[in-house]
Ligand binder design. Structure first.
Ligand SMILES: [Zn+2]
Length: 159
């Protein structure tokens, strides 16, 4: 059984339909949230919320601060935080992918929905460093490169 108790977190005001608003994550910083994940019961502290990256920074006991998407948090998808789900990344931070199609250095990585592994890269061709690529695309036959260079992502100031 998985349950996370979010009722006490601050909400945005009621909307026009009279329904309770969604959780105000910024105002929830510092709040403690109780959860139950199968037979583990505990409390998680919301340490920070970065709205730009849509990530909560949470901490459980004395473990490292853990980044999680709010939708995963509200689904109580805490298996990785609790060390129950351990699906390792295949690519290390600092790995350099260079060939005729791409020149990328992996600078960060994280798990997202459905345990998919995503990597943030810096592109040595256009210097963009906010791109993300999923592991299968990074390692797949197509050897996906920088989406800024390919014109898929428009970045201000880079032509
Ligand atoms: Zn690029």
């Amino acid at each position: 059984m998985r349950k996370i108790f979010l009722n006490d977190l601050p909400k945005w005001g009621k909307n026009n339909n009279g329904n309770e608003g969604t959780i105000n994550w910024r105002a929830s910083i510092g709040c403690c949230v109780k959860f139950q994940y199968n037979d583990i019961k505990g409390e998680i502290v919301i340490v920070d919320y970065k709205s730009k990256e849509q990530r909560l920074y949470i901490q459980y006991q004395d473990k490292d601060i853990f980044k999680i998407h709010p939708s995963s948090f509200t689904r109580c998808a805490l298996g990785r935080l609790l060390g129950i789900v351990t699906d390792e990344f295949k690519v290390k931070i600092g790995t350099h992918f260079k060939n005729d199609k791409r020149d990328l250095i992996i600078i960060s990585r994280e798990y997202r929905i459905n345990n998919r592994k995503w990597y943030q890269y810096r592109c040595n061709i256009c210097n963009w460093d906010e791109g993300w690529v999923e592991e299968n695309s990074l390692l797949g036959k197509r050897k996906q490169g920088c989406s800024c260079c390919r014109g898929l992502t428009v970045v201000e100031g880079i032509k």
